[in-house]
Design a protein around this ligand. Sequence first.
Ligand SMILES: [Fe+2]
Length: 177
Amino acid sequence: MYSIKNFSNDLEDIVSSKSSYEEIIKETAYRMSFLLDNDFIFDNDFINKVRSNQINNTLYKSNINDFVIQVFTWEANVSTPIHDHFTWGLMGVYYNKLKVIEYSIKKIDNGVYDLNETDTYIATEGDICYILPPNEEIHKISNPTNKLSISIHVYGKPIEEYNIYDLERNKIFKVNS
Ligand SMILES: [Fe+2]
């Protein structure tokens, strides 16, 4: 059974050997599909601790190549703001469903921007989506269901800061995490 250990080992090879982010994303998605097929990665106790913030959700951090692998738990009907990550990344749905909305930004002029929805879809178990700056990075994720969802994410570097896009106030806020 393909494990987090297998995945992190493969990612070290992929990130250090591939010459473009597009190649890294493509190869990582292929390996992530094996991981999402493994029904035994997490036990209930571990997931409950992640849900209640008793443990860190980082499953692996590369000391050589900087990427991180994290698990996210999504309670019923929760939603992120519209945001980015300043790095490439992938999200695979491990359990239940997530709604993904993707955006493009047309211009930033003195704090004014034009943000447009480019795609909306429901990602189900085994589905994988990606972000790739500068043009494919702004998104919003929500759990459209009445039960827990779980996803596994890879980011090109630990997320220390990101932007939140406030559509109502037409503003972008940089946030430190
Ligand atoms: Fe995100």
